[in-house]
Ligand binder design. Structure first.
Ligand code: GDP
Ligand code: MG
Length: 696
């Protein structure tokens, strides 16, 4: 007969929970969200022995059972809710051997809930170097449970851990600590009022911040009004509990933990002095970042070109092999480019998370966060926002995905909302062609005007991100306690398995979650571009051929495409927005390019090429064509005023459906991407309008 066990993995952040989870479950894992909130839920399955299957949940890191964040409330809700299908049969509390004192605080709280709890003391590989030794049998008897000394890095101690889990029924469920001792009178009253309740559990329910723990209290007690004491008095008891628990832990560790300071070599001390130095810290971080982004750009461009070419030739192949018709066109102009538009992001996502997880695994990320926190906090952001903001210069999609590390929901949301302002690589082709077109050559103090303009666009992107973060932090009414614990883990060599799993998981999430939306919008755009009302669209070929009989095949085909696009639904849309965009200095052709580049900004250039029916897609030809475009009054369409207005429009507008898709995924609702789309478009429009009106 086969049995199954529910196991919950708990522990302070950075104790190695995820490493242990990965080690036990391998790729048999599933990442989701807790209902209604964006805290990540990781579940995995593994075999304990031939007959027993374990369902393992990697819970968010928590310092105690006194919730101060959404992540922690998830843990408490699970542990208090016996009727939940995820309620654990047995808990593993993971502790880091170098931080036992702090880690055991959570352990004693969890243990006192009366659920069988195994203590896994991780990172045992560090013991020798740090001169640590532990009297395990004595510690086991003091803590009233069994202990597995493990090293996920060296794959040690996992067999013992599994054995303890299989025999979880033999674990003691006695509390480590008598809660009554803190305030005899109060707890006696409580016992009298609720004789059938487990006392510590009752106490936890009473003291939870109601805003976080959404536990239905009457599930646990019959009456909602079961606390007779004022909030201040309750806080006092809670403080006493904390003090008493630390006393208990100190006493236990005095007898069981021995540290030989002599043999402890500390590289950490030296590294910290440099890496969080007030000056050198920033210099080093800057160099690290530049190296990373340079490599992301360089390395990604190879697979990206390959992907681009593959999907392009696939489209061609479909067109040439299948008979002409709607289905062929859907496949070659809608679905294949849509899929290509998803796959093209994979290299950047994979490389970015490769680097991020290396920075995290080595412990360097915590130093960066520490370094950047003070500056960013002024704008309502968090030290951890620095990675998304800077990754945004490659692409907003992995950047938004990287906000997952920010525990505080309000700060995470603000970071997600402002990240698309940073200048991503898809804006570059648009900027490049417009700068070449409207910014004069010449230079100022040895810097070319064109280079300065590009730099200005980057700076204004960052600037707008910071300003809007500040505004959002003042206006968003989200209750979310901001606390900053300077968690400085030790420096370590990264674990390859952890890195591999992170990269795999992020890529997979992107493809399955955002991919659906991207594909759907691509198809909608295809429908709008390849259909049109009336004769002009359906008879495009005849009309062009009869009027231009003398032209060669290729020119004719270009003209037909251009004519079709003009009379398609997108073309009609582009024309109908002309009254709205002409105050910005744009005509209907730019309007069409604006609408179709909603798929991705770089499409702007290609669409203009189609509309102008230029022979080749070479940038030079397109540029010449753009330069010769004139308005009805005979003046050039692209001049300084309209060019800068257009660049600023692209700097601020949310012209990217893929980003919207990923924001929907990360915020778990359509509300935020829609707010983002509307407010960014409005801002872009206003600024472009002002620019054109002032410069023209
Ligand atoms: P979590 O925050 O509890 O999920 O911890 P992680 O699994 O992310 O691990 C935190 C850090 O500890 C990472 O840098 C891991 O590589 C490292 N780590 C995990 N297990 C071990 C171990 O057994 N020995 C050593 N030396 N490092 C480990
Ligand atoms: Mg983790």
């Amino acid at each position: 007969m086969s049995k199954s066990l529910n196991i919950a993995l708990l522990g302070n952040p950075n104790t190695g929970k995820t490493s242990l989870f990965n080690q036990l479950t391998g790729l048999n894992q599933k990442v989701g969200n807790y209902p209604g909130i964006t805290v990540e839920k990781k579940e995995g399955i593994f075999r304990l022995n031939r007959t027993t299957k374990a369902y393992l949940t990697d819970l968010p890191g928590t310092y105690s059972l006194n919730a101060t964040s959404m992540d922690e409330s998830v843990v408490i809700e699970l542990l208090l809710n016996k009727s939940s299908k995820d309620f654990p049969d047995v808990i593993i509390v993971v502790a880091d051997v170098e931080n036992l004192k702090r880690n055991l605080f959570l352990y004693t709280q969890v243990k006192d809930l009366g659920i069988p709890t195994v203590l896994a003391i991780n990172m045992s590989d560090q013991m020798k170097r740090k001169g640590i030794s532990i009297d395990i049998p004595l510690l086991e008897s003091k803590l009233k449970t069994r202990i597995a000394l493990v090293s996920t890095r060296e794959n040690k101690g996992l067999d013992l851990l599994k054995e303890l889990l299989i025999n979880y029924r033999q674990l003691s469920i006695l509390p480590t600590f008598k809660i009554d001792d803190i305030d005899q009178n109060y707890f006696d009253d409580l016992k009298k009022a609720f004789p059938n309740q487990q006392l510590y559990k009752l106490w936890l329910v009473i003291t939870q911040d109601v805003n976080f723990a959404k536990i239905e209290r009457n599930k646990i007690t019959d009456s909602a009004d079961f606390s007779t004491l004022s909030e201040t008095h309750l806080k006092k008891i809670q403080q006493k509990e904390t003090v008493k628990r630390y006393q208990l832990i100190n006493n236990i560790l005095k007898e069981t933990l021995f540290i030989d300071r002599e043999s402890a070599s500390d590289l950490r001390f030296v590294l910290d002095r440099i890496l969080i130095h007030k000056f050198w810290g920033y210099v080093i971080f800057f160099v690290v970042l530049m190296t990373i982004f340079q490599s992301i750009f360089d390395w990604s461009s190879i697979p990206q070109d390959f992907i681009d070419n593959t999907f392009a030739s696939l489209s061609e192949l479909v067109k040439s092999k299948l008979p002409d018709g709607v289905f062929t066109s859907l496949l070659s102009d809608g679905i294949i480019p849509g899929l290509g538009g998803i796959v093209i992001f994979i290299p950047q996502i994979a490389f970015l998370f490769l680097f991020i997880s290396i920075l995290e695994e080595t412990g360097y990320m915590s130093r960066v966060v520490f370094l950047m926190d003070r500056g960013l906090r002024r704008f309502g952001l968090n030290g951890k926002s620095v990675i998304p903001l800077i990754s945004g210069t490659a692409c907003a999609i992995p950047a938004v995905m990287a906000t997952r590390n920010i525990e505080n929901w309000k700060e995470r949301l603000i970071t997600i909302l402002v990240t698309p302002f940073t200048t991503c690589s898809a804006r570059l082709p648009v900027y490049a062609i417009l700068i070449a077109l409207v910014i004069p050559q010449g230079s100022f103090l040895g810097l070319s005007y064109q280079g300065l303009m590009l730099m200005f666009l980057y700076l204004i992107g960052f600037g707008m991100a910071l300003i809007s973060a500040w505004i959002l932090s003042k206006t968003l009414k989200i209750k979310s306690k901001s606390y900053f614990i300077v968690e400085m883990p030790n420096y370590k060599l990264p674990l390859l398995k952890n890195i591999g799993i992170t990269v795999w998981e992020k890529t997979k999430t992107f493809i399955t979650e955002a991919g659906k939306i991207i594909l759907a919008i691509s198809i909608i755009l295809w429908v709008l571009a390849s259909n049109g009302p009336g004769e002009n669209f359906s008879k495009a070929e005849q009309i062009i051929k009869t009027n231009n009989a003398e032209l060669d095949q290729e020119t004719l085909a270009n003209k037909i495409n251009s004519f079709k696009l003009e009379h398609s639904y997108i073309g009609i849309l582009g024309k109908s927005i002309e009254p709205i965009i002409s105050p910005l200095g744009y005509d209907w052709k730019i309007g069409i390019a604006l609408i179709s580049s909603f798929a991705a900004r770089e499409v702007f250039v290609g669409t203009l090429a189609t509309i102008y029916s230029v022979e080749s897609n070479a940038e030079e030809t397109i540029k010449n064509q753009m330069a010769s475009e004139v308005k009805s009054d005979g003046k050039p369409l692209f001049n300084l005023a309209s060019g800068i207005s257009l660049m600023l429009f692209y700097a601020f507008a949310m012209q990217c459906m893929s980003t919207l898709a990923i924001v929907k995924k990360e915020t778990n609702s359509w509300k935020w991407p829609l707010i983002q789309l509307l407010s960014m478009s409005l801002l872009a429009y206003t600024i472009a309008l002002l620019t054109y009106q002032i410069l023209a």
